[in-house]
Design a protein around this ligand. Sequence first.
Ligand SMILES: NC(=O)c1ccc[n+]([C@@H]2O[C@H](COP(=O)([O-])OP(=O)(O)OC[C@H]3O[C@@H](n4cnc5c(N)ncnc54)[C@H](O)[C@@H]3O)[C@@H](O)[C@H]2O)c1
Length: 360
Amino acid sequence: MGVFATTDDPGSTGHEQVVFCQDKQSGLKAIIGIYSTALGPALGGTRFYPYASEEAALADVLDLSRGMAYKNALAGLDLGGGKAVIWGDPERIKSEPLLRAYGRFVETLGGRYYTACDVGTYVADMDVIARETRYVTGRSVEHGGAGDSSVLTAWGVFQGMRAAAEHVWGAPTLAGRRVGVAGLGKVGKYLTGHLVGDGAEVVATDVNPKALEWVRATHPQVELVDDTAALVASDIDVYAPCALGGALNDDTVAVLQAKVVTGAANNQLAHPGIEKVLADRGILYTPDYVVNAGGVIQVADEIEGFNFERAKLRATRIYDTTREILRLADEEGVPPAVAADRLAERRMAEVGRLRTIRLR
Ligand SMILES: NC(=O)c1ccc[n+]([C@@H]2O[C@H](COP(=O)([O-])OP(=O)(O)OC[C@H]3O[C@@H](n4cnc5c(N)ncnc54)[C@H](O)[C@@H]3O)[C@@H](O)[C@H]2O)c1
């Protein structure tokens, strides 16, 4: 795996710190991965998941913590990238002692790592963890938290989509465009509202009948199609994947009608190289981790004492960041996903370097 290899070793993952935590009595087995603190304390959620093996849990935390460093850098936050995994089935083993034991381990890192919600952990869990550590975000509003992060996630996706529309059609609006939303969950619902408000024609799909009922009742003008395959193959201008990861695979990209892909789902590119296939087909893909950063911007704001308007202003800047990435992609002749990585690496290096200037 090369976790403990030196950074000039090609086998190295480049992580600063990887911490294994165990509390036998509560059943806690957790790994906290800190990829970079070049820009500030590492922020990233805790995934509670029944991994098949410790190797699988480790591989996930290394991957996810690296991704957070890039996401936080491009979100303009003074935060580095980290993530944690708790290995086990949350349905079976999640308990107050386990979460509090985990909180104590987070506290031992002295603020090098701030946690948040992820798959398998919820706002109520963060409130429990917060009884043992100050270094936690994603708490409930009653506990000074930011509440539902999908509000600003959707707002940020909408901003990224406006920037893509401007790049392709000349104006930062979705008015008159046909936008296909796959997944009407927490983010998809808010996004649909923004799109309808902007004058877009929305066509959507979801596997959950309740989500379909919601859209029929709230936005009767939204057209519904049977499934994502039908949505992707239909005559849409923009595709917004807002369900699960891997939405952009060889099959979907081959039939996709849209000129723009901008959505909330994490890890939309099913495999490396698919961003090139999209570019070759003339489809503009705005990197998922850039446009869906509104949620992390929302919870990160808790560190300063949550202020919704300030957080919204920061999430609105996803429009400018997306524009800059698309400009850089054109200038350097690379897909936007590559340009985004380069911009993130530049910020980590240039701003991170300033810490070498001694203050006293
Ligand atoms: N909530 C956030 O703040 C946030 C932040 C960043 C990224 N994301 C990502 O955005 C995506 C959506 O997040 P969410 O919070 O809205 O999740 P969610 O679980 O509330 O919604 C997902 C929706 O997708 C639907 N769905 C599942 N499989 C489907 C399929 N095959 N076809 C059509 N619909 C399907 C579900 O029924 C559900 O309504 C996820 O990939 C998530 O990781 C969310």
